[in-house]
Design a protein. Sequence first.
Length: 121
Amino acid sequence: MKKTRIKLKDLAFFARHGLTEEEAKLGQRFKIDVIVELNDQAAYETDDADNTVNYVEIYALVQSIFETKRFNLIEACANAIASSLLEDFPAIESATVTVKKPSVPVNCICDYFAAEVTICR
């Protein structure tokens, strides 16, 4: 059986997620990676977008969750997005969501801290 892995990488959003008062007040930029797996054999055979998931709809769902609800933990945010992807898109067999936080409130030099959640049917 063939599986398709669709990736949306480094989606950038500004939000006020985090544990500290400063994070809630000032906000910061986050990056999100989404990987969904599905068996879209019909899409291979028909070359028809109606036989797969719509990338724009995936993006819109991620954006809606990320920008309308405030999360203390990026783990909770990643879980909410992954759960909603499986709920809203029956063709998706698994969803992996990584939320990256480049501006961490820690005295360190790094690219980002991240939380990754994978949910399978």
